[in-house]
Design a protein around this ligand. Sequence first.
Ligand SMILES: C[S@@+](CC[C@H](N)C(=O)[O-])C[C@H]1O[C@@H](n2cnc3c(N)ncnc32)[C@H](O)[C@@H]1O
Length: 403
Amino acid sequence: MNNLNPVLEPLKDSLMDLACQVTGFRRDALRVGAIEKMVQERASAASWEELAKDISAGSPTFISQLAEAVTVGETYFFREPEHLRFLEEKVLPSFSGCPLRAWSAGCATGEETYSLVACLMAGGVKNPGILGTDLAQKQLETAQKGDYPTWSLRGAGEMYPLFEAVEGQVLKVAKEFKEAARFMKHNLLDPLPAGEGPFDVVFCRNVLVYFTPEAARQVLENLAQALVPEGLLFLGPADIPFAPPGFKPYGPAELSIYQKSPAPNVPLPEKPSPAAKAHTVTKSASLPFKKENPVSEITLGKSLAIALHLRALEAVEKEEETEAGRLLGCLRREFPDYLPGLYEIALWNVRRKKKAAAEELMRELLKKLKGKSKSRTIPGPQSLTAGFYRVSAQAFLARKDER
Ligand SMILES: C[S@@+](CC[C@H](N)C(=O)[O-])C[C@H]1O[C@@H](n2cnc3c(N)ncnc32)[C@H](O)[C@@H]1O
């Protein structure tokens, strides 16, 4: 930095340190010219002395402006189309008609977020809820508005329908896509606020490339926290050269997609749902109860089923009957061979006094368990064995007269 006023000269290093601290950037990734420009502009609105005071005190407004100045908001619609294609072809078929939650982390002006929305909607995902976050408030304002210069397509076509009209040189994101996305200011160095997430899919592309290894580690930890077990993390090709801790590569290596590890025996809610209660009874009756799903048994279909199952349990727990019914309906429709789902839905029917439906499901469960050894673990929110499901279904059907 060469052009700073003498008042600020002694603060030069603090200014750079502050910028690194706020963003997680390496020093060499800071756009020094942009910092200089921002400082000059700020100083013309106040005095150099006031500015120096703001820097020393770390004033929130100043920090926010500094972050905006150093970040690089390069983005465009349908960037890395292979990611979207992979999502459409390999992931979305399991979600068809079901909800899917995604986070576009470091979304800049929102082109990535809307591309995701367009891909999910084209893939049949109903009511996708997509969160776009960024550190730069100005960029988020553009995202919220949903109007873009045609350059935001970089001369490429509209990979999925997204725009309602092209007015002159302006691409206008159609209302239904705007309604499916929401934007929020958020620093990736911090955990997401309570109540946000968990997400099935996180895109955090072309963000970590600027970060120090320590800051990148912190961000990856936060992203992992925000994903469901076995959820997918899409990174940019140059972001990190290895699978993040707690993830394994997923799909073709060149796509930089990673899958979070399965849940190690997900804890049950404090006030257990009927299914959870049944699991607890079994546990105390010392039926086989494994701590982890064997990774070899996990397929993406199974992991999505488990994620949906967990979400349904959450709704049951919160006594959101309609939502629970909808999610369990999705589970039954999309994953008819997912045995913990059949069992859960049977119990749901018992609670709703639909005995005939419950019995039918228990019988179907028994049929699907045929030939499975009793010690075989069936992946689910709790990894219970085939023996557990068989004994429970048989006991349920045998007690028919007592009910
Ligand atoms: C190069 S853009 C990438 C945009 C988009 N993900 C894509 O791939 O097209 C990087 C974005 O990350 C944001 N960013 C950088 N550091 C961040 C941080 N610590 N927290 C949140 N966002 C950050 C920047 O503001 C910028 O908008």
